[in-house]
Each structure stands twice: as structure tokens, then as C-alpha cells.
Design a protein around this ligand. Sequence first.
Ligand code: PLP
Length: 457
Amino acid sequence: MTDTLLRSVALPDLDADARVRADDRSHVFHSWSAQALIDPLPVAAGEGATFWDYAGNAYLDFSSQLVNLNLGHQHPDLVEAIQRQAGRLATIQPSMASDVRGELARRIADVAPDGFEKVFFTNGGADANENAVRMARAVTGRRKVLSAYRSYHGNTTTAISLTGDPRRWANEPGDGSVAHFFGPYPYRSAFHATTPEEESQRALEHLEQVIVLEGASTIAAIVLETIVGTNGVLVPPAGYLAGVRALCDKYGIVWIADEVMVGFGRVGEWFAFQAFDVAPDLITFAKGVNSGYVPLGGVVISERIAAHFDTVSFPGGLTYSGHPLACAVGVATFEVFERDGILERVRDLGKRVVEPHLRDMASRHPSVGDIRGMGLFWAIELVRDRGTREPLVPFNASGADAAPVTAVAAACKRGGVWPFTHFNRVHVAPPLVISEDDLGRGLDVIDGALDEADAAL
Ligand code: PLP
């Protein structure tokens, strides 16, 4: 802990711990949870890749707070940007022009592919997807949207309907004009493919069939997480995204790339699709754009779509669109990325440190079925049996059924690492500013924690 942080928090502080727990449990209604069954950890402070609870325990944050905190906790440049902006102009309505909103939009356009000049700002990722779909519907005059099973796109009406995971189920019926398809997942191919090339080709044939059977002339957009995040860090095999581009062109469909989790450096690119040499029509972003210091998301709009709204009103808006505090942190984020070579650092750490470490774990732990990822975004998929690939815990398991993965997570926490676990996987997604030592130390803790998964076989 630095001196400044030490002065602002004196830990342990067990009275504060009790107070925070009591207020939280009495009055805070939490996301995605049965309220009586949860026990959220009270967090006192954070710095870089580490945060502390009130008992004084330090955790290396291998979840980046829902894969959000790309520049880590309390980055001094980001904190200062908020303070500076708050001292001058804390808020302004979206129909007025502001310097930081304009500058951030320009900087985003500068790193987007050619032909992307305009940015519509939202409060987060769900409303970015919601508004991107609205744009696609307005431009094409069509209503239907296709999205993949094993995806998450947010928790507003259309975004949760796009979502291809169990979080959608209790929210149905939502937007009635959404249909789902299977994306590529080489380790668990829905197409009985045996190579990534076959997977890519068969997934594209399947997508084209879905387009035709759903009625190409009714489909406004295909929404895809460029690399599927919460549902498994599924990196598309070579050729898949280029094939999606070709299908969208063939049938006049808008391709919306959901970059909410993978954009802004998570895989060593400004936008993950840039690693695959393709470009969508709309890009949605949030999280890493300003590490979530102030809520911000948005849609980067290609010329063809932007031009439609030159003379036709866009039917949407948000009071906090392009909030000055959020945009000021976004501008500071660009400065840190460029000054500190964050993209290069992420590519290097991913290849040189994470990948070999995970490969080594996979060779020693029989519970590890697959490892995959890019940059500082990886998943370790746990299985009961490598031959059959039966998942270590059943799909969507909770409570006792999820015990082996809960045990891995608990062992990580005992070792001082806050993990991101989902279903039968442990994800590795630390802040992009993590030191090489901490990255290695955190991976060692996960390595040790996998003994719990091996013990459950
Ligand atoms: N899209 C993806 C890929 C996400 O991972 C998320 C959130 O995790 C969202 C959209 C929704 O973003 P938000 O929670 O900011 O609405």
C-alpha cells in the first residue's frame, strides 16, 4: 500500500467491516441474487491490481471487477482527471457540446477502423447494445436480430433478449424479435468439427441456414461478442469473423460487434476484432473505455449508418450521454494507454507469461480440459474426464452441485487472489497494469487451487 492510501484507510477496521456489512445486508438489493443467500465482501480500498477488505486482507484482483478495471484500482491519472473535471464542469446535458465528450469521441474514432467517425455515448454496455440495435432497425427497416447462444449482452429489454445464457430465461418474453444461433466453440463443437478450420466453416454454414430460415429480408442485425466473455472466453477460429462479414454483406444485415468486455486493451488491441483483420458496422463498448471509474458506454458508428441519421432524427437519448466526468476519465485512459504502451504490454504478458503458465497447469492438472484466450483474457475449462469432456460441474450449477468450482474459488481467495469463476471455468482477467511478479504470483495461486478440482475427480 502506498503512503497516501495508508493515510486514507487504517486497516484492519472491524467496526467499519460490521457497519458496511449491516447496511449492505439491510438495505442494498443486489444484482442476479437471492438476497438472503449472499454475503458480499466489504471492500475498503484498492490500488493497482490489489484491493483490501476491512480485515486488512489483500487480494490480487484477477477479475478486474467484472473485467472492467483495465487500468486497475485508483490509477492516479484517472483519479486526477475526475477531480480536475469536477472542479470545472461536473455535468452538462447531452444536447450541448462539451470539450471532453468531443475529445473522447475523436480519440475513439482515431483508433477505430477507417470510416468510423461518430460515437453515441451511453451509460454502460447494455444500453450501448440496445441503441445499436435501434440504429440497425432504423437503417434497414427490418426488425429481427440474431445473436449467439453462450453470450451476454446486458440487462435491458433487448440486451437481455439477445443474451444467450441462463440470465435470459426469467426475463422472457422480452424483445420478441430475437433468434439465437450457435457460434464456434472448438472444444465443444455443436457441429462435430474436429479442427478449428472445420468449426469455422460449419459454424458459418449453420449461421447462413439460420439467416435463410429466419428470413434474410427480416433481419436487421447480427450481434456478436467478438470474443465471448462470461460464457467462456471463446476466441473465434480463423476465418469465422470474415465469414460473418461476408454473410452480412450478402444479406444486407448490420454486424454489431459487442466489444464491451474485450475492447480497450483486454486482448492487446483497441478493439478485439482488429486482431482478425475485419470490421463490423457498429461497435459497442463500455468497461475498459474508462475502467468504469464513472459509468460510460457507447456505440461507434460506421459512415453508412451515421449518414442515415444526417437528415432523419435518431429516436433515442439519455440524460447522462457523454457525462463530462466519465469522458474526462476516458480521455485520461487514452493518454495512459499511449504513454505506457499498454496494448504492447498486454500482448507480451499474454504470450510470454500467461499462456506458458496455463499450458504448464494443463499438463499437470487432470481436471483441466482446455485453456484458451488472448492478451490478459483467458479461461481454464475444468472437466471430470478429459476423454469425454464432461464438465466438472453440471451446466448452470449452483449450491452443492457447484461445490468443486466453489472450492477452487475459495482456495484462490485463501491464497490472496480474487478469481472470476463461472460454471466450469476459472477466468484469468487481471488489470492490464498488473506487475509481472503479481501476475506470476496470482497464476501460482490459481495453479495450487486447481488441486481442489483434481480432488473432486
Ligand atoms: N456486453 C458484454 C459482452 C458484457 O460482458 C456486458 C457486461 O458484462 C454487457 C454487454 C453489459 O454491460 P453493462 O453491465 O455495462 O450494461
